[in-house]
Design a protein around this ligand. Sequence first.
Ligand code: KIV
Length: 268
Amino acid sequence: MRQVPVTNVRDFARFKQEHRKISIVTAYDAWSAHLVERSNVDAILVGDSAAMVMHGHRTTVPATLAMMAMHTAAVARVAGNKFVIADLPFLSYRNGVSSAIRAVGTLMRSGAHAVKLEGVDGHEDVIRQIVGSGVPVMGHVGLTPQSVNEFGGFRVQGREADDAEKIARQAHALEELGCFSLVLECIPAPLGARITRELTIPTIGIGAGPCTDGQVLVLQDLWGVAGDHAPRFVRRYIDGESMLTDALDRYDADVKGGRFPSAAESYS
Ligand code: KIV
Protein backbone atom coordinates (compact mmCIF):
# COMPACT_ATOMS: atom_id res chain seq x y z
CA MET A 1 0.00 0.00 0.00
CA ARG A 2 1.30 3.47 -0.85
CA GLN A 3 1.86 5.48 2.32
CA VAL A 4 1.78 9.24 2.73
CA PRO A 5 5.44 10.30 2.49
CA VAL A 6 7.29 13.13 4.21
CA THR A 7 6.53 16.16 2.08
CA ASN A 8 7.75 19.09 4.12
CA VAL A 9 10.18 19.89 6.88
CA ARG A 10 7.56 19.86 9.63
CA ASP A 11 6.72 16.25 8.89
CA PHE A 12 10.18 15.25 10.16
CA ALA A 13 9.40 16.43 13.71
CA ARG A 14 5.90 14.96 13.54
CA PHE A 15 7.22 11.57 12.42
CA LYS A 16 9.54 11.47 15.43
CA GLN A 17 6.72 12.39 17.80
CA GLU A 18 4.53 9.68 16.26
CA HIS A 19 7.39 7.12 16.36
CA ARG A 20 7.22 6.69 12.58
CA LYS A 21 10.50 5.87 10.86
CA ILE A 22 11.74 8.13 8.06
CA SER A 23 13.29 6.64 4.91
CA ILE A 24 15.67 8.65 2.74
CA VAL A 25 17.76 7.66 -0.28
CA THR A 26 20.25 9.59 -2.33
CA ALA A 27 19.62 10.56 -5.94
CA TYR A 28 21.73 12.65 -8.25
CA ASP A 29 19.91 12.60 -11.57
CA ALA A 30 16.44 12.78 -13.07
CA TRP A 31 15.97 9.13 -14.04
CA SER A 32 16.72 7.73 -10.59
CA ALA A 33 14.85 10.55 -8.82
CA HIS A 34 11.86 9.69 -11.00
CA LEU A 35 11.92 6.12 -9.66
CA VAL A 36 12.25 7.36 -6.07
CA GLU A 37 9.33 9.72 -6.70
CA ARG A 38 7.20 6.69 -7.58
CA SER A 39 8.15 4.87 -4.36
CA ASN A 40 7.10 5.22 -0.71
CA VAL A 41 10.52 6.57 0.28
CA ASP A 42 10.01 9.81 2.20
CA ALA A 43 12.76 12.11 0.99
CA ILE A 44 15.72 12.47 -1.36
CA LEU A 45 19.24 13.51 -0.41
CA VAL A 46 21.31 14.94 -3.24
CA GLY A 47 24.47 13.89 -1.45
CA ASP A 48 27.98 15.02 -2.24
CA SER A 49 28.60 11.26 -2.56
CA ALA A 50 27.71 12.22 -6.17
CA ALA A 51 31.42 13.01 -6.53
CA MET A 52 32.19 9.33 -5.91
CA VAL A 53 29.16 7.57 -7.36
CA MET A 54 28.61 9.72 -10.46
CA HIS A 55 32.05 11.17 -11.11
CA GLY A 56 34.34 8.35 -10.02
CA HIS A 57 36.27 10.24 -7.34
CA ARG A 58 37.63 8.32 -4.34
CA THR A 59 36.20 10.76 -1.77
CA THR A 60 33.58 13.52 -1.59
CA VAL A 61 36.26 16.22 -1.30
CA PRO A 62 36.27 17.04 -5.06
CA ALA A 63 32.53 17.89 -5.05
CA THR A 64 31.94 21.50 -6.10
CA LEU A 65 29.01 23.85 -5.73
CA ALA A 66 28.43 23.80 -9.50
CA MET A 67 28.33 19.99 -9.42
CA MET A 68 25.86 19.94 -6.51
CA ALA A 69 23.66 22.60 -8.13
CA MET A 70 23.49 20.62 -11.39
CA HIS A 71 22.58 17.36 -9.61
CA THR A 72 20.05 19.13 -7.36
CA ALA A 73 18.31 20.75 -10.33
CA ALA A 74 18.09 17.43 -12.20
CA VAL A 75 16.55 15.71 -9.16
CA ALA A 76 14.20 18.58 -8.28
CA ARG A 77 12.71 18.66 -11.80
CA VAL A 78 11.14 15.24 -11.31
CA ALA A 79 10.96 14.86 -7.52
CA GLY A 80 7.25 15.75 -7.33
CA ASN A 81 6.21 16.00 -3.69
CA LYS A 82 9.37 14.48 -2.29
CA PHE A 83 11.36 16.58 0.15
CA VAL A 84 14.76 17.30 -1.43
CA ILE A 85 17.84 17.95 0.71
CA ALA A 86 21.07 19.08 -1.00
CA ASP A 87 24.57 18.71 0.40
CA LEU A 88 26.76 21.78 0.81
CA PRO A 89 30.09 20.62 -0.63
CA PHE A 90 33.55 20.61 0.94
CA LEU A 91 34.63 24.02 2.33
CA SER A 92 31.63 25.84 0.83
CA TYR A 93 30.46 26.78 4.36
CA ARG A 94 33.91 27.39 5.89
CA ASN A 95 34.74 30.60 4.07
CA GLY A 96 32.62 33.06 6.02
CA VAL A 97 28.92 33.61 6.43
CA SER A 98 28.25 35.53 3.21
CA SER A 99 30.04 32.98 1.04
CA ALA A 100 28.08 30.17 2.75
CA ILE A 101 24.79 32.02 2.26
CA ARG A 102 25.56 32.43 -1.45
CA ALA A 103 26.21 28.67 -1.70
CA VAL A 104 22.93 27.95 0.09
CA GLY A 105 21.12 30.32 -2.30
CA THR A 106 22.54 28.44 -5.28
CA LEU A 107 21.30 25.07 -3.98
CA MET A 108 17.88 26.40 -2.94
CA ARG A 109 17.40 28.09 -6.34
CA SER A 110 18.31 24.77 -7.91
CA GLY A 111 15.24 23.27 -6.25
CA ALA A 112 16.33 22.00 -2.82
CA HIS A 113 13.99 22.36 0.16
CA ALA A 114 16.81 22.09 2.69
CA VAL A 115 20.58 21.85 2.88
CA LYS A 116 22.85 19.45 4.74
CA LEU A 117 26.28 20.24 6.11
CA GLU A 118 28.86 18.29 8.06
CA GLY A 119 30.07 18.97 11.61
CA VAL A 120 29.49 22.06 13.70
CA ASP A 121 32.68 23.24 15.39
CA GLY A 122 33.79 26.52 13.84
CA HIS A 123 30.74 27.10 11.68
CA GLU A 124 28.08 27.69 14.33
CA ASP A 125 27.51 31.25 13.04
CA VAL A 126 27.01 29.99 9.52
CA ILE A 127 24.40 27.46 10.66
CA ARG A 128 22.62 30.12 12.75
CA GLN A 129 22.53 32.44 9.74
CA ILE A 130 21.24 29.77 7.33
CA VAL A 131 18.51 28.69 9.76
CA GLY A 132 17.69 32.35 10.46
CA SER A 133 17.32 32.92 6.72
CA GLY A 134 14.46 30.44 6.57
CA VAL A 135 16.41 27.53 5.13
CA PRO A 136 16.04 24.18 6.91
CA VAL A 137 19.38 22.64 7.83
CA MET A 138 20.14 18.95 8.30
CA GLY A 139 23.25 18.30 10.40
CA HIS A 140 25.68 15.41 9.96
CA VAL A 141 28.04 14.00 12.60
CA GLY A 142 30.08 10.85 13.19
CA LEU A 143 31.93 9.81 10.04
CA THR A 144 31.70 13.08 8.15
CA PRO A 145 33.23 12.10 4.79
CA GLN A 146 34.48 15.60 3.95
CA SER A 147 36.94 15.08 6.87
CA VAL A 148 38.19 11.73 5.56
CA ASN A 149 41.74 13.07 5.38
CA GLU A 150 41.63 14.00 9.05
CA PHE A 151 40.16 10.59 10.00
CA GLY A 152 42.77 8.71 7.95
CA GLY A 153 40.09 6.83 5.98
CA PHE A 154 36.42 5.90 6.12
CA ARG A 155 36.41 4.56 9.69
CA VAL A 156 33.77 4.07 12.37
CA GLN A 157 33.79 7.07 14.70
CA GLY A 158 32.89 7.32 18.39
CA ARG A 159 34.30 4.02 19.61
CA GLU A 160 36.44 5.71 22.29
CA ALA A 161 34.56 7.33 25.17
CA ASP A 162 35.91 10.85 24.57
CA ASP A 163 35.15 10.63 20.84
CA ALA A 164 31.61 9.43 21.62
CA GLU A 165 31.14 12.38 24.01
CA LYS A 166 32.36 14.77 21.30
CA ILE A 167 29.85 13.39 18.78
CA ALA A 168 27.03 13.59 21.34
CA ARG A 169 28.01 17.18 22.16
CA GLN A 170 28.03 18.10 18.46
CA ALA A 171 24.59 16.50 18.02
CA HIS A 172 23.17 18.60 20.87
CA ALA A 173 24.84 21.74 19.48
CA LEU A 174 23.24 21.17 16.06
CA GLU A 175 19.82 20.72 17.66
CA GLU A 176 20.31 23.94 19.65
CA LEU A 177 21.34 25.79 16.48
CA GLY A 178 17.98 24.88 14.94
CA CYS A 179 18.73 21.93 12.65
CA PHE A 180 15.55 20.05 11.72
CA SER A 181 17.24 16.64 11.67
CA LEU A 182 20.62 15.03 11.98
CA VAL A 183 22.49 12.35 10.03
CA LEU A 184 24.49 9.97 12.23
CA GLU A 185 27.04 8.16 10.08
CA CYS A 186 29.14 5.14 11.03
CA ILE A 187 28.98 5.23 14.80
CA PRO A 188 28.36 2.39 17.27
CA ALA A 189 24.68 1.46 17.56
CA PRO A 190 24.48 2.28 21.31
CA LEU A 191 25.75 5.82 20.59
CA GLY A 192 23.18 6.16 17.79
CA ALA A 193 20.46 5.04 20.23
CA ARG A 194 21.65 7.42 22.95
CA ILE A 195 21.72 10.48 20.68
CA THR A 196 18.32 9.55 19.26
CA ARG A 197 16.91 9.33 22.81
CA GLU A 198 18.46 12.61 23.91
CA LEU A 199 17.45 14.77 20.92
CA THR A 200 13.99 16.04 20.07
CA ILE A 201 14.85 16.33 16.33
CA PRO A 202 14.87 13.12 14.29
CA THR A 203 18.13 11.28 13.74
CA ILE A 204 18.76 9.67 10.35
CA GLY A 205 21.22 6.81 10.55
CA ILE A 206 23.64 5.35 8.06
CA GLY A 207 25.69 2.75 9.86
CA ALA A 208 24.37 4.00 13.23
CA GLY A 209 22.30 0.96 14.22
CA PRO A 210 18.58 0.24 14.29
CA CYS A 211 17.42 2.77 16.90
CA THR A 212 17.67 6.01 14.91
CA ASP A 213 14.47 7.75 13.80
CA GLY A 214 15.15 7.03 10.15
CA GLN A 215 17.72 5.69 7.72
CA VAL A 216 19.47 6.99 4.62
CA LEU A 217 21.22 4.83 2.02
CA VAL A 218 23.04 5.59 -1.18
CA LEU A 219 20.67 4.45 -3.92
CA GLN A 220 23.35 2.66 -5.93
CA ASP A 221 24.35 0.67 -2.81
CA LEU A 222 20.72 -0.33 -2.22
CA TRP A 223 20.32 -1.35 -5.88
CA GLY A 224 23.62 -3.26 -5.93
CA VAL A 225 25.18 -1.20 -8.68
CA ALA A 226 27.98 0.42 -6.71
CA GLY A 227 30.74 -2.15 -7.31
CA ASP A 228 31.92 -5.08 -5.25
CA HIS A 229 32.96 -3.38 -2.03
CA ALA A 230 30.09 -2.29 0.21
CA PRO A 231 30.40 -1.06 3.79
CA ARG A 232 28.93 -3.32 6.49
CA PHE A 233 25.87 -1.06 6.92
CA VAL A 234 24.70 -1.49 3.31
CA ARG A 235 21.82 -3.80 2.51
CA ARG A 236 21.57 -4.65 -1.19
CA TYR A 237 17.93 -5.11 -2.08
CA ILE A 238 18.66 -6.33 -5.61
CA ASP A 239 21.73 -7.49 -7.48
CA GLY A 240 21.32 -4.62 -9.91
CA GLU A 241 24.74 -5.07 -11.44
CA SER A 242 23.93 -8.63 -12.62
CA MET A 243 20.43 -7.65 -13.75
CA LEU A 244 21.64 -4.67 -15.77
CA THR A 245 24.68 -6.30 -17.34
CA ASP A 246 22.51 -9.31 -18.20
CA ALA A 247 20.10 -6.97 -20.05
CA LEU A 248 23.06 -5.45 -21.92
CA ASP A 249 24.37 -8.89 -22.89
CA ARG A 250 20.92 -10.00 -24.11
CA TYR A 251 20.66 -6.78 -26.18
CA ASP A 252 24.15 -7.39 -27.57
CA ALA A 253 23.26 -11.00 -28.47
CA ASP A 254 19.99 -9.93 -30.14
CA VAL A 255 21.74 -7.25 -32.23
CA LYS A 256 24.50 -9.61 -33.27
CA GLY A 257 22.06 -12.48 -33.87
CA GLY A 258 19.82 -10.34 -36.08
CA ARG A 259 16.86 -10.64 -33.64
CA PHE A 260 16.71 -6.90 -32.85
CA PRO A 261 14.86 -4.98 -34.11
CA SER A 262 11.85 -7.14 -35.04
CA ALA A 263 9.16 -6.13 -37.54
CA ALA A 264 7.04 -4.79 -34.64
CA GLU A 265 9.94 -2.57 -33.63
CA SER A 266 10.37 -1.18 -37.16
CA TYR A 267 8.42 1.46 -39.14
CA SER A 268 6.52 0.43 -42.30
O1 KIV B 1 26.61 12.35 0.48
C1 KIV B 1 25.91 11.46 0.98
O2 KIV B 1 25.42 10.54 0.30
C2 KIV B 1 25.66 11.51 2.42
C3 KIV B 1 25.00 10.34 3.05
C4 KIV B 1 25.95 9.21 3.15
C5 KIV B 1 24.40 10.67 4.35
O3 KIV B 1 26.02 12.45 3.03
